[in-house]
Ligand binder design. Structure first.
Ligand code: SF4
Ligand code: SF4
Length: 300
């Protein structure tokens, strides 16, 4: 089994207790107002956002995804996978979360997935022969967090329920699967083009720009979406986000589920044929050159 682990840790350098476990594990933990370490965890943040986290927060602030991204986030590249990610931007010249107040989190009802999970870390584990993710967890025990000394015992399953994580995880599933699939494609695919990185960023994080793209003439010249489906996705951010994951699977991995316009499909077929012919001609020329002893292999 070839496991690939990705941690959603809120704070860098966290001492993750190495054991992993499933949702039936009972942990001892409670965070409550009045605890001596109140806000310590939000004073030094490193919080990655899922596409659904961004939807919830931008909705809360009644702002566009572009404005939200600019004001509250920092883009980054996920570890060695060349996939665009987005983190919460701390306060200017500091490490604290912009949403932290003396009373606690000012966006509590819409706080990101990583904040909900803390101090549990979600590990996405994947078997080499499958693209579906299977959840397992670890516990983050930081000395400044006194919640571990509180007497409450709770299973990870019930902690997830309490934190509203079922919905958050369900709606991030398509995004996580794209990341797993990208990582599994490995070096043979090579570094993705700038265009595919930008596309991933727009679809996953800048949902309002993606919405404009889906409504554009160029998109509709290429794709043949039924009118009702088009209406549904343009009226509902969550539907649009889910459609975006499907769209990326088609564009990045060739998993076709969105019908192409006939003309566009023909053009694509022709381009594919031309490419195959070109490759055949190049291969034949290389073989001929090798036979003549004129082909210089740069590796020898
Ligand atoms: S979003 Fe809320 S819970 Fe998360 S780090 Fe910021 S203040 Fe803390
Ligand atoms: S108990 Fe832990 S999670 Fe709660 S405020 Fe203190 S440091 Fe943060």
């Amino acid at each position: 089994m070839d496991d690939d682990k990705s941690l959603n840790l809120p704070i860098p350098g966290n001492p993750v207790v190495p054991q992993t476990f499933d949702a039936s594990k009972v942990i001892q933990f409670q965070c409550r107002k009045g605890i001596a370490c109140w806000n310590a965890c939000c004073s030094n943040i490193d919080i990655s956002l899922t596409p659904y986290d961004i939807l919830r927060l931008k909705r809360r602030f009644e702002t566009s995804s572009g404005e939200f991204l600019q004001k509250y986030t920092i883009p980054y590249e996920m570890e060695q996978s060349s996939i665009a990610g987005v983190k919460l931007r701390p306060v200017t010249n500091g490490t604290a979360c912009q949403f932290m107040t003396p009373e606690g989190c000012s966006v509590y009802e819409d706080r990101p997935t990583a904040c909900r999970y803390y101090p549990v870390a979600l590990l996405s584990l994947r078997r080499q022969d499958e693209y579906t993710d299977r959840a397992s967890y670890a516990l983050v025990e930081e000395t400044h967090c006194l919640g571990h000394k509180e007497p409450r015992r709770i299973s990870v399953a019930n902690y997830r329920k309490e934190q509203g994580l079922d919905q958050y995880d369900e709606l991030a599933r398509g995004w996580r699967q794209l990341i797993l699939k990208k990582k599994s494609s490995g070096p043979s695919i090579g570094k993705p083009s700038r265009r595919s990185l930008e596309l991933f960023f727009m679809v996953c994080y800048d949902i309002d720009r993606f919405s404009q793209f889906v409504a554009s003439e160029s998109f509709n010249r290429l794709y043949d979406l039924p009118a009702q489906e088009m209406k549904d996705i343009l009226c509902d951010d969550v539907e649009l986000m889910q459609f975006g994951f499907r769209f990326l699977r088609q564009v990045l991995f060739g998993e076709e589920s969105i019908p192409l316009c006939q003309e566009a499909a023909q053009e694509r077929h022709l381009r594919h044929q031309e490419r195959m012919q070109r490759l055949e001609i190049e291969a034949a020329a290389r073989r001929a050159a090798e036979q003549d002893g004129m082909y210089e292999n740069p590796e020898h």
